[in-house]
Ligand binder design. Sequence first.
Ligand code: ZN
Ligand code: ZN
Ligand code: ZN
Length: 376
Amino acid sequence: MTNRSSGLNKGTEFKERIPKLQADSVAQGVDAVVVGPGPDLRYLTGYNAHLSERITALVTVSDRAPVVLVPKLEEQGTRSTSLPTLGVSVVTWEETEDPFFALSELLDGADTVAVNDLFPARWLLKAQAALPQVGFVTAGPLVSPMRERKSPEEVEFLREAAEAIDEVHAQVANWLAPGLSERDVALKIQAAILERHSSADFIIVGSGPNSSAPHHDYSDRIMSKGEPVVVDIGGTMPSGYCSDSTRTYFLGEPDPEFARLYAVLQQAQAAAVEAVQPGATCESIDAVARDILTDAGLGEQFLHRTGHGIGLETHEEPYIVAGNDLTLEPGMAFSVEPGFYDGGKWGARIEDIVVCTESGVDPLNRRPHELVVVDC
Ligand code: ZN
Ligand code: ZN
Ligand code: ZN
């Protein structure tokens, strides 16, 4: 990646994020937050920093102006970012300096310091050694509640991502044929994803028995007539926001038993989407899909949670899973992706990204949900 600025509108939304993080930190008894390269940093500042062995980190101490500590050689790259407009000053460290001494000076006076979930262990261990009196905690409880409720602008970025992956699914049936390998199809899908996305993050083409492995990727297996093919694909857009959608295809006339089970799955997925509204819990959405599949004898074959949040990461909070009593709020964006997997025989999944709105649900993926029959 060479583009270090996020492509996001360098507007008002970013201006609110660090002050909110600082206010929430104080409320939670956290004196400072340290955020290394990754989605949290990109969310807070728009800065898509390069992760390397050299430490780069945003340092926000509750009552001071935020600072980003960067290796000297990255300084120039920060000028084209939104950091200056957000009032984040840049502090550099030279190759022969100890950056953890610089970090300890920036954190002077802080007793409790939160670090982001993806902060590298090798940096955290050195920070702990440089600041033996400081208690380090995870910043997840501060940053996740901000990230999981998408702003209207973020919803539009997710909508663009969904449209882009829908365009790929619209072509997949043309690329599936008996005699081709999963890999042959995956390469065409990859090229199509890259037409609008800046990266193709995962490509699952699971044919025949491979359709029963939810996290299969693709293989040299040759596809045959009379088989289902699960295609689950996604990438990251220039905005930084991700796509993720699954459709199930069938080569030739569907097996009647498979078609019957698929109809139940389609009903389960639609019912779970319809149940999305403010005030519903994450686990209640999971239960809607799971109950329908269980009543049809497919409960044991629904091996995974119903969904996951999505934004600057493909998998983030909120998780749509039994045991998560988090209440849905407008702006929460997540997948609804029930499936059934009869080990070694066949499987199917339908996955859309949806957003909880004030009045209900806004499904972002718009491809038809029927089993896609490929003439052959
Ligand atoms: Zn997954
Ligand atoms: Zn998926
Ligand atoms: Zn997913």
